[in-house]
Design a protein around this ligand. Structure first.
Ligand code: NDP
Length: 287
C-alpha cells in the first residue's frame, strides 16, 4: 500500500506540467495519430474529435480507419481523414507526414503510438523479427519526427511518444518489444537536449504506460499477468493532456508505473523479483 502511495505522490510532484489542462487547447489543432484503428490510438482520436481538433489517422486496416473517421466526424472533429499503410516502411511514415503538409499546410501535434506484432513468450532467437519490430516500433517514429520537424518548429508544436513501462524496466517474454521501447527513450531524450540547446520550441512527451485494457493487450497477456488493466479511454485522455501541457513524461497508471521506475535504480533485484512474481509463468506455452 505504501509503495503505490509514495509513487502517486512523487508522480504528481515530478510529472505535473505547467498550467492547467483545458480541452479548448486542442480546438482547431492539427494532429496526426498513428495506430488509430484500435486500442488507445482509436480512443485518442475520439477525444481529439470531441475537443474540435483536425485529425489525420493512420494504421494498416482501411475498413477500421474509415469507421473511426466517421465516428470522429460525428463527435465534432474540425476535420478527419486517414491514410492506410504499414509502418514497417519508413517511406510510408514519411508519406503520412506529407499528407498532413498537403492537407493542412502545417502540424501542431504528432502522436506516435502504433506498434507492430510481437510474440509474448520466451525469446526465440529470431533476429529478423527483432529487426522488423525495430523498424515498425522505432525507426518509423524517427522517420516521422524528421519529416514533421519543419512544420512542428513553425507551429512550436509537440511530439508525443507512446512508450511503456517495458521501455524503463524489462519484464520477461517481451525482449524484442522491450528493446524498441528502450530505444525510444534514448533517441527522444537526446533529441530533447538538442532542442533546448538550439532553442527549438517543440516539446517531447514520453508516455510510460502500464497494462491497459485494449483488446490486443488483454488477448496477449491476461493469462499470464495478474494485475488488472487500466481503462484505455482514461489512458488516451491522459496522453493528450500530457502532450498539450508539454510535460516531459507521463506515468499511467501512476500508482504502478512510478514505483517501478523509482525502484529500478535503487533496488533492481527486488523489483525484478516482484515483476516475476506477477507473472504466471506456468501459463506460458513455449512456441
Ligand atoms: P493495439 O494493438 O490496440 O493497436 C495497435 C495499432 O497499431 C492499431 O491501430 C494497428 O492497426 C496499428 N498497427 C499494427 N501494426 C502496424 C503496422 N505494421 N503499421 C502501422 N500500424 C500498425 O495497441 P494498444 O492500443 O494496446 O497500444 C498502443 C500503444 O500503447 C503502443 O505503443 C503500446 O506499446 C503502448 N502500450 C500499451 C500497453 C497496453 O497494455 N495496451 C502497455 C504499455 C504500452 P492495424 O492492425 O490496422 O495496422
Amino acid at each position: 500500500v505504501l509503495i503505490p502511495l509514495l509513487g502517486l505522490g512523487l508522480a504528481v510532484y515530478f510529472y505535473s506540467g505547467p498550467g492547467n489542462f483545458n480541452e479548448e487547447m486542442l480546438r482547431g489543432k492539427r494532429v496526426i495519430v498513428t495506430g488509430a484503428s484500435s486500442g488507445i490510438g482509436e480512443q485518442m482520436a475520439y477525444h481529439l474529435a470531441r475537443m474540435g481538433a483536425h485529425v489525420l489517422l493512420t494504421a494498416r486496416t482501411e475498413a477500421k480507419l474509415q469507421k473511426v473517421v466517421d465516428k470522429c466526424l460525428d463527435l465534432g472533429a474540425a476535420s478527419a481523414r486517414y491514410v492506410s499503410g504499414s509502418m514497417e516502411s519508413t517511406a510510408f511514415a514519411e508519406e503520412v507526414v506529407k499528407e498532413a503538409e498537403i492537407t493542412w499546410g502545417g502540424l501542431d501535434m504528432l502522436i506516435l503510438n502504433h506498434i507492430g506484432y510481437s510474440y509474448f513468450n520466451f525469446f526465440n532467437g529470431d533476429v529478423d523479427h527483432v529487426r522488423k519490430v525495430m523498424e515498425t516500433n522505432f525507426l518509423s517514429y524517427v522517420a516521422m519526427t524528421v519529416s514533421a520537424l519543419p512544420m512542428l518548429k513553425e507551429s512550436e508544436g509537440s511530439i508525443v511518444v507512446v512508450s511503456s513501462v517495458s521501455g524503463k524496466v524489462a519484464s520477461p517474454f517481451t525482449a524484442p518489444y522491450s528493446a524498441t521501447k528502450f530505444a525510444l527513450e534514448g533517441f527522444f531524450s537526446s533529441l530533447r537536449h538538442e532542442f533546448i540547446i538550439e532553442n527549438v520550441n517543440v516539446s517531447i512527451t514520453l508516455c510510460i504506460l502500464g497494462y491497459i485494457n485494449t483488446e490486443n493487450a488483454v488477448r496477449a497477456v491476461s493469462h499470464v499477468i495478474k494485475v488488472a488493466p487500466a481503462p484505455k479511454e482514461e489512458c488516451a485522455l491522459e496522453i493528450i493532456r500530457s502532450g498539450a501541457l508539454r510535460q516531459r513524461e507521463l506515468h499511467y497508471p501512476a500508482s504502478t508505473v512510478t514505483p517501478a521506475v523509482l525502484l529500478r535504480d535503487f533496488a533492481p533485484d527486488f523489483l525484478d523479483g516482484l515483476i516475476r512474481s506477477n507473472h504466471q509463468v506456468e501459463n506460458i506455452k513455449r512456441a
